[in-house]
Design a protein around this ligand. Structure first.
Ligand SMILES: [Zn+2]
Length: 266
């Protein structure tokens, strides 16, 4: 057999219907932004020095794509240039939140460091947060064809067990059919990641994870993202700042004599 051109060898693209788009840009309230930079100020004020810290970006369950607030969990160790985030810390913090508030990402500060990028350690932390967030924030984003070569069509009650040895997938229907397209649900999730410093600099990424229920398809990727600040009408009051000071005092734990193996990277 001869093919007229190579293009004839290509299989047709699987059908795909997009049902929901994951966020392509980060939206954050001015309140959340103000609070994030306020934490930097309070760290320096209360702990007399700049330290790295991390927190979670929070959203209303009904609007998971908008960062409405910043949560400051107990940080395991705040060195000047290292901050860690363990899965158990996320779970613990998540359980402390009211039902209608969810975690949609994380934020951390490089403090006074002149390192204006995400680091390798940040990437590891991001993977931890992405797994946690996408396990809870799962959208049906598409239906996608599962291309099946050699689909075997059988009629219920009208075949012998041995016939199942043929075909890569058997579809058993209650009536004779001659064609079938199998489309699987693609679940998708996202997680925001923001890094800031003491001077007002910030950079952000959106991390994505997709999974097909049938084929085992899975995809993880990320992109740099712009950020849009939304005025929600809420501002950081003196009472908010007082509460935040308490959190910074309790939850940021400067370790000024770190064991050498913790003095890190970047
Ligand atoms: Zn970092």
């Amino acid at each position: 057999m001869r093919f007229r051109s190579l293009s004839e060898l290509k299989r047709p693209e699987p059908k795909e219907v997009i049902l929901t788009n994951l966020p392509q840009e980060i939206s954050m309230t001015v309140y959340a932004k103000t609070k994030a930079f306020k934490i930097n100020d309070l760290v320096r004020e209360i702990h007399q020095k700049s330290y790295e810290w991390y927190g979670f970006t929070l959203a209303d369950r009904e609007r998971p794509e908008i960062i409405a607030d910043i949560g400051l969990p107990k940080n395991d160790q705040n060195l000047q240039d290292f901050t860690t985030l363990g899965p158990e810390r996320i779970v613990e913090y998540h359980e402390s939140l009211p039902e209608d508030i969810i975690i949609n990402g994380w934020i951390h500060s490089h403090g006074a460091l002149k390192y204006k990028h995400f680091s390798h350690t940040d990437e590891e932390n991001q993977a931890t947060v992405l797994d946690f967030v996408t396990a809870r924030l799962r959208w049906v984003i598409a239906k996608k064809e599962v291309p099946i070569q050699d689909l075997q069509l059988l009629v219920k009650g009208e075949f012998e067990e041995q016939e199942l040895a043929k075909g890569s997938v058997s579809l058993i229907t209650d009536g004779a059919i001659s064609e079938a397209t199998i489309m699987e649900t693609i679940y998708g999730g996202f997680c925001y990641s923001i890094v800031i410093d003491d001077e007002g600099w910030h950079e952000q990424e959106i991390h994505y994870k997709e999974r097909g229920v049938l084929s085992g398809y899975s995809m993880v990727n990320k992109k740099s993202s712009g950020i849009v600040f939304i005025d929600s009408g809420k501002s950081l009051t003196e009472a908010d700042t007082a509460l935040l000071s308490k959190k910074v005092e309790e939850n940021i734990q400067p370790n000024i004599n770190p064991p050498p193996e913790l003095i890190e990277r970047m």
